[in-house]
Design a binder for this molecule. Structure first.
Ligand SMILES: NC(=O)c1ccc[n+]([C@@H]2O[C@H](COP(=O)([O-])OP(=O)(O)OC[C@H]3O[C@@H](n4cnc5c(N)ncnc54)[C@H](OP(=O)(O)O)[C@@H]3O)[C@@H](O)[C@H]2O)c1
Length: 331
């Protein structure tokens, strides 16, 4: 395994593995025994960066989520896992009532929600401090200053270590960080967005914004990460939810934005480099991301230990400069 540092303050910054593990189906679609086996394997391989959210997986049973955090709490207790693994969670997108969703009825980012939801996450995970807490989605109804102050208060009292943000427009991330800096408060340092090797179209309206998809890592955020190396980029759905090995998934309506004119050329380049490197296409995507000019931490999902093993092996795959150029120039 390889490691890098997230955060800057010596009191809260952490060393984490360059490959993170997502758990959004754990405790629902992925049963307890398999989830525990995947978590055990990840930690045995040196993995130290696990991701969840208070809303996972509300869509699985029409509830409000919490199953993934609950499962992680049981796993932590049964294995005696404590401070050696960073467990990141998120708040803001949990539906306020069963049968609703983050698109129409999200808990949001008011000071009250931030306090109460973070307490519930600590209870479910069985920890006194959340290592990394993200704002999961934007809440345009709450002043940014309120959200910024509420997150900072949790850091000040020691119930949260690092702060992160997901699915926000780049300008709102920067504005929130400026508000925090001006007030002498800790701001978002970890940015979690959807990102993979395929380029998305940016001209389609999104589920939550007529202007596009704020959850997609594009040029604005990449240039921000390049310019601010103290920030960390984390990529969700790096394997396109299995789309690189299952074409039907790539063609599903949820991936409409990957109907980009460059997609066929990029898929061909991937296959070509994978053959050349003696690796799988998934491994090439992960190695490309981990070792890129702007290194990003891939946050992979897995529903079996074998899938995780394939992803773990990508950490040791070094692409040559020529292979990297072939990938970068395609499409
Ligand atoms: N911030 C956000 O809004 C947000 C949004 C989405 C996700 N996330 C986080 O990101 C994590 C990962 O997201 P994701 O699951 O979409 O990521 P992903 O890594 O792109 O997809 C994981 C899925 O790909 C398939 N897969 C993985 N390895 C494979 C292999 N070797 N061969 C064939 N198929 C393979 C599996 O699908 P099957 O299980 O069907 O086999 C697996 O469940 C989540 O758990 C969550 O923590 C965050």
């Amino acid at each position: 395994m390889k490691y890098r540092t997230i955060g800057t303050d010596p009191k809260t910054r952490r060393e984490v593995s360059v490959l993170a593990l997502g758990t959004h189906h754990f405790g629902t679609r992925t049963g307890e025994a398999t989830s525990f086996a995947i978590l055990d394997r990840y930690v045995a391989a040196g993995g130290t960066f696990i991701d969840t959210a208070d809303s996972y997986a509300f869509w699985a049973d029409g509830g409000q989520g919490g199953q993934s955090e609950d499962l992680l709490g049981r796993w932590r207790r049964s294995r005696g896992v404590d401070g050696e693994v960073v467990i990141a969670t998120k708040l803001g997108a949990r539906p306020l009532a069963p049968g609703t969703s983050f698109t129409d009825n999200a808990e949001g980012l008011s000071a009250g929600v931030i306090r109460e939801a973070s307490e519930r996450s600590r209870d479910r995970l069985g920890v006194s401090r959340l290592d990394l807490l993200y704002a999961h989605i934007e809440d345009p109804a709450v002043p940014l200053a309120e959200t910024v102050a509420a997150f900072a208060a949790l850091v000040a009292e020691g119930t949260v270590g690092l702060l992160g943000v997901s699915n926000h427009w780049a300008w709102r991330v920067e504005r929130a960080r400026c508000l925090a800096a001006a007030a002498g408060l800790p701001g978002y340092e970890v940015l979690q967005y959807q990102y993979s090797y395929l380029r998305p179209r940016t001209d389609l309206p999104g589920e939550r914004s007529p202007d596009g998809m704020p959850g997609m890592l594009g040029g604005d955020l990449l240039s921000y990460l390049r310019d601010e190396p103290r920030l960390t980029g984390v990529a969700y759905s790096p394997l396109m939810k299995g789309g690189y090995v299952n074409r039907d998934r790539l063609d599903a309506p949820e991936f409409a934005e990957f109907g980009h004119p460059g997609t066929p050329a990029r898929l061909a380049a991937l296959r070509d480099v994978a053959k050349d490197a003696g690796a799988t296409v998934n491994q090439v995507v992960l190695a490309w991301m981990i070792g890129g000019q702007v290194p990003i931490i891939p946050l992979v999902g897995a529903s079996s230990v074998a899938q995780l093993d394939e992803s773990l092996a990508a950490v040791d795959l070094e692409l040559t400069a020529e292979q990297r150029a072939r990938l970068d120039e395609a499409g």
